[in-house]
Write a protein that binds this ligand. Sequence first.
Ligand code: ADP
Ligand code: MG
Length: 339
Amino acid sequence: MSDIIQLLPEYLANQIAAGEVVQRPASVVKELLENAVDAGATQIQLIVKEAGKQLVQVVDNGSGMSATDARMSLERHATSKIRTTEDLFRIRTLGFRGEALASIAAVAQVEIKSKLQVQDTGTQLLVEGSQVVSQQPTACPDGTSIAVKNLFFNVPARRNFLKSNAVEMRHILDEFQHVALSKSSISFSLYQNDLEVFNLPAGKLSQRVVALLGNSYKEQLALVEEVTPFISVKGYIGKPESAKKSRGDQFFFVNGRFIRSAYLNHAVLAAYEGLLPKETHPFYVLFLELDPKTIDINVHPTKTEIKFEDEKTVYAIVRAAVKQALGLHNMAPSLDFES
Ligand code: ADP
Ligand code: MG
């Protein structure tokens, strides 16, 4: 009998891993925007063409990368964000798994341009399906631009699986919304096929909500603020009258990261009990902050699921915070926790 097991070549391992991280253009949008936030950018620009099928590009004015780091950023399990197991339990950044860029570069044509503030010239790197095509010095502004072209060009089955531009664009807007809501102190813009569709100046959360989700929320926000030693819950909920037939404008952020949680959603709805018109869904954007030691976000590669060590207490405090806000909203409609 002969031995038949072989280690996969790296490009193939990357391509397989990419399946978990990169499902559609919106996944690329999420990963690139999160990297720009982690890099400390104060201005972030998202450019998409053909609903991201042709181009997803994110330009930031963050830390930038050295030439060596730009090359390293494409390796699997390569990250500047954690070093030890202990770090895993005190994560403050959005990324930490060190696999997004490697995954994206395995299934697309990628151009990275990056420059550190302390350097005069930046670096330009071209990669195609995990293969580095070229790397050279280039003149570019401080920060990083990553352009991802022709997603899934080398995985036809995946490319064919993509939905219409309208559907893919909807997913992209969702990701843009999540990141833009999570950091109102950063200015964001979005260009779709060369047209500017969003230009969001840095400001307060309430301003960001209205700029992103529409004027209909302007007089409808009630402040939520509940701080305990264990958890802080802050943000806005919509007054019951503003609840909509369609679900959707409901956002939880845990330590700055957008997460989905049917359990927490239930906590909010429980607080509204008896106040909502039938079959309507309330607006909420709630920021939970708690010790990273008490949560686990490493449930899934996209990190939108979370496990709380003490979920019953989280539930109870979220519900109490929303109840409190609903009781107070008539008295103090214009308070802003950021001011
Ligand atoms: P992770 O974000 O989990 O660390 P990524 O694959 O997304 O993994 O990125 C790898 C590394 O590349 C990051 O840890 C960071 O050091 C660097 N990087 C990626 N994008 C940027 C950016 N926009 N600005 C500065 N550094 C970046
Ligand atoms: Mg990342």
